[in-house]
Design a protein around this ligand. Structure first.
Ligand SMILES: Cc1cc2nc3c(=O)[nH]c(=O)nc-3n(C[C@H](O)[C@H](O)[C@H](O)COP(=O)(O)OP(=O)(O)OC[C@H]3O[C@@H](n4cnc5c(N)ncnc54)[C@H](O)[C@@H]3O)c2cc1C
Length: 148
């Protein structure tokens, strides 16, 4: 995992709600497709999914990307201290009472894999229509995807 978290326009943050390595790999593929930097919660770090230097929060990095996408992240204060200044916070969580929804600009109450597959499908499709050049979505295109 390379790339500067602080300079990232888009951060895809992996939480325990991703549940297993297979889903984590899906998140990595999507991050690649949309050119997002990967980060994680303390729980994801403790599970060995994400390196400790990519943890966001009180004891991790403080970031201010254009878009933060929380994938199965509950959003305790310890975590939100590191990402609450993101321009747009998109939260994907199956629990309507997840604390992250209180600060999210876009709330998606869904299984995270369903949303990741939809992202993958949408932006891979664009690439297959433009095979000569890989098309990475702009911030506005990503927001349009989530804001529908
Ligand atoms: C002193 C101290 C400092 C800490 N510092 C940090 C820090 O800097 N950064 C940090 O991140 N944490 C920190 N923590 C830990 C923090 O309190 C939380 O335990 C941690 O952030 C939780 O990580 P999580 O959201 O991945 O996991 P969980 O809290 O387990 O949340 C998982 C979420 O996934 C959702 N979910 C489950 N299945 C699905 C699905 N299929 N689709 C979508 N959503 C689903 C659940 O509803 C749940 O909300 C600290 C704790 C302490 C005590």
């Amino acid at each position: 995992m390379t790339g500067d978290l602080q300079a990232a326009e888009v951060i895809l943050c992996c939480g325990r709600g991703l549940q297993n390595k297979r889903n984590l790999n899906l998140a990595f593929r999507v991050a690649d497709c949309i050119q997002a930097q990967i980060a994680g919660t303390r729980a994801a770090v403790d599970l060995g999914w994400i390196p400790a230097n990519r943890e966001i929060g009180l004891s991790g990095a403080r970031v201010e990307p254009q878009i933060y996408i929380g994938c199965g992240v509950s959003g305790t204060n310890f975590h939100t201290m590191g990402m609450k200044h993101a321009k747009k916070i998109i939260a994907i969580n199956t629990d309507p009472l997840a604390p992250i929804f209180q600060i999210a600009d876009i709330r998606i109450e869904e299984d995270v894999c369903k949303v990741l597959f939809a992202l993958m499908h949408t932006f891979s499709e664009k690439n297959s229509l433009q095979p000569s050049s890989i098309h990475h979505p702009s911030v506005d295109e990503l927001l349009a995807f989530f804001d529908r």
